[in-house]
Design a protein around this ligand. Structure first.
Ligand code: BF8
Ligand code: SF4
Length: 666
């Protein structure tokens, strides 16, 4: 298929669920055409094969919590309006959602625990392949959580920070987790205390919500949802630990220029795709790939080209400028280019189907985590105390596979786009500080108060094949850009923007409204960033949503109000994973209007739906906006921003006029 044709196909993307070729990424479209010709199956085909999906599951009214079930609630069938044990639809829907949150929190927090243990062992001098890269951040984090820094060596401080992080996992006997209380506003601390949802141990919150939602336990949907919110805040805590410690170990990201989409796979190099979430592994693999360049040259390649997929790709893009090849729904398509010599996976979001795809090619599939094995792949037991040695062995598998390529099967789409990534909160504030050195974040809040910007949106989350691949993300962002919303992004949402060329200065020209354009131009003029400023700022992987949540907290402090009054919204246009449910729930508790572009399994209970969309607003100020039409979703986000910025302006004007403090009781 010619490039022009694929672009046209992407523009006129099909919305029919029975159509397997539903993507607006031209590179993915080209590979789907290719897969169809070769008779290879992808997750796009399997979505069609799974349709129509079970209406009970979709509505969240299928209970499989005990093996007397499954019980399916049918309000129209006498006697079947409750489960065998008598559980009502509201109990079942709430329990199912709470268990999603537990799953998501388990993923993020176990990832954070791995980072904390690595920091501990590195500080103890047990891990020669790891070092403390950002000791300034180490000391900032230490002071924030009240670990003494003066007169102590970096290793001493790091050890205590790691132990403090690990202590947040255990039972703190009523004392809220330190990574939560030290990073949120006083207003949120009070709110969480008042509602009794501040976790006093990450593991404890996860265990409790599983206990709470077992057969014969909590039947009260509001109580279950409050338990789920505590778990969502445990998720936030684990994510924040992961981000902070990863920055300490590998460096806090700084602006970096790179490229994204399948066109980054280079036929002249040994291509090693790294997929998953864990920088503890992938950072060392990047070192190993650099070390083994000569071995790659010896087999006729120009070197080793590491390309990232999903969030470990985002982590490497942020810190190392490594190319990003694909997001969640296009992971199989990277292998189908026939030029990926090995795919190395760690944890989370790895489709088991990559094994079957690798079998059609010469690609070696390498698993590295004992909790994420895939039958038939090469498994390396990755241990931090011999990290580089193991990583080099894995890279050597890729180098050896280079000679086994079948030239007939190589098809690499040309599509790729420039991306300016590396926007940690520190990097963003550094740019703001060039305009206002005294209070960098005021650059943003002043622009909102003056009406130049409508507010801030965090775009996050996955791909979900219930809608066309990447279309939700791109549509929401285009609408927000046009309406002068400052955007930051993480996860596969950031992947979609990077691939589509929405994270570079050209995109500002193309998509930004007048206010957003003027704002970014002012920043550019003052900061003169080497590579220019992007339309959407890439903040990293999914655990790095905490970077954006820290931005919200800073904005609240600057504006003198609590987070539910800040013109800050979030959107997960293509949410899929349990992790997206836990992140979204945490956002709501933090006071953020949160758009979800795929219907979660909640419609089977009017009551639970009402709690998520209405009651949450009354209690926390944040609420869910469920809207599957991305254009309408964007408009609802803009409406939420308009409402908040209008109120802020009114109260700030009144405070200025009467010389009083800004009112906060609205
Ligand atoms: O943690 S956005 S599909 S890759 S879950 Fe997974 Fe969703 Fe992608 Fe990153 Ni986040
Ligand atoms: Fe059915 Fe109750 Fe068991 Fe759920 S917990 S499967 S509703 S009997």
């Amino acid at each position: 298929m010619s490039e022009e044709k694929t672009q046209q196909a992407a523009r006129t993307v099909s919305r029919r669920p029975a159509d397997a070729k539903r993507t607006c990424d031209p590179a993915a479209m080209e590979m789907l055409e290719c897969a169809a010709c070769r008779g290879e199956q992808t997750m796009f085909d399997r979505y069609v094969a799974q349709s129509p999906q079970c209406p009970f599951g979709l509505a969240g009214i299928c209970c499989r919590i005990c093996i007397q079930g499954p019980c399916r609630i049918n309000p129209r069938r006498p006697g079947a309006d409750k489960g065998i044990c008598g559980a009502s639809e509201y109990t079942i829907v709430a329990r199912n959602i709470a268990r999603y949150v537990a799953g998501g929190a388990a993923c993020h927090s176990d990832h954070g625990r791995h980072a904390a243990l690595t920091l501990l062992h590195a500080a103890e001098g047990k891990l020669p392949d790891y070092k403390l890269t950002d000791t300034a951040k180490l000391r900032v984090v230490a002071e924030r959580i009240r670990v003494q820094t003066s007169g102590r060596s970096d290793n001493e401080v790091a050890k205590e920070v790691a132990l403090a992080a690990l202590a947040d996992y255990a039972d703190r006997y009523g004392e809220p987790c330190r990574w939560l209380s030290s990073t949120i506003t006083a207003g949120r601390q009070d709110k969480f205390k008042h509602c009794d949802i501040a976790p006093d141990g990450i593991d404890k919150a996860i265990v409790q919500v599983l206990h709470r939602t077992a057969m014969g336990m909590d039947a009260d949907p509001v109580s279950i949802i409050f338990g789920a919110l505590r778990t969502a805040l445990a998720d936030y805590t684990g994510m924040h630990i992961a981000t902070d410690i990863t920055d300490i170990l590998f460096g806090t990201p700084e602006p970096v220029v790179s490229e994204a989409n399948l066109g980054v796979i280079d036929p002249e190099y040994v291509n090693l795709a790294i997929h998953g979430h864990n920088p503890i592994l992938s950072e060392v693999v990047v070192d190993a790939a650099r070390n083994l360049k000569s071995e790659a040259v010896a087999v006729g390649a120009k070197g080793v080209n590491v390309v990232g997929i999903c969030c470990t790709g985002n982590e490497l893009l942020m810190r190392e400028g490594v190319y990003l090849a694909a997001n969640q729904s296009s992971q199989e398509l990277a292998v189908m280019t026939g030029a990926v010599d090995a795919m190395l996976v760690d944890i989370q979001c790895i489709a088991p189907s990559v094994r079957a795809v690798c079998e059609c090619y010469h690609t070696k599939l390498i698993t590295t985590a004992d909790i994420a094995k895939i039958p038939g792949s090469h498994h390396f037991d990755f241990r931090e105390d011999r990290a580089l040695e193991t990583a080099e062995a894995m890279v050597r598998l890729a180098v050896a596979a280079f000679a086994e390529r079948d030239p007939e099967k190589i098809h690499i789409p040309k599509h790729k786009a420039t991306v300016i990534a590396g926007w940690s909160l520190e990097a963003l504030l550094d740019v703001f500080s060039k305009v206002n050195p005294e209070s960098p974040v005021a650059v943003l809040t002043d622009a909102i108060r003056s009406g130049e910007l409508k507010g801030v949106c965090l775009l996050a989350g996955c791909n979900n094949l219930k809608g066309p691949h990447d279309e939700g993300h791109l549509t929401v962002a285009r609408e927000l850009a046009k309406n002068d919303v400052f955007m930051v992004a993480t996860g596969c949402s950031a992947g979609a923007f990077a691939k589509a060329g929405m994270m570079n200065p050209d995109a500002v020209e193309r998509y930004a409204g007048r206010g957003l354009k003027a704002f970014l131009a002012r920043l550019s003029a003052a900061a003169a960033p080497k590579h220019g400023l992007p339309l959407i700022f890439h903040m990293g992987s999914c655990v790095d949503n905490t970077r954006a949540q820290d931005l919200l907290t800073l904005m609240a402090k600057e504006l003198g109000v609590d987070t539910p009054k800040v013109p800050f919204v979030a959107s997960a246009p293509e949410a899929m994973h349990e992790k997206a449910v836990s992140i979204g729930s945490g956002c709501v508790a933090l006071g953020i209007p949160t758009h979800v572009g795929v219907m979660p399994h909640i419609e089977g209970s009017q009551l639970v739906y009402g709690v998520a969309t209405q009651i949450a607003r009354d209690v926390y100020g944040g609420f869910f906006i469920f809207e599957t039409d991305p254009t309408k979703g964007a408009l609802k986000l803009i409406e939420a921003l308009d409402y908040r910025s209008w109120k802020l302006r009114v109260h700030h004007e009144a405070a200025t006029r009467y010389g009083t403090a800004v009112a906060t009781s609205w």
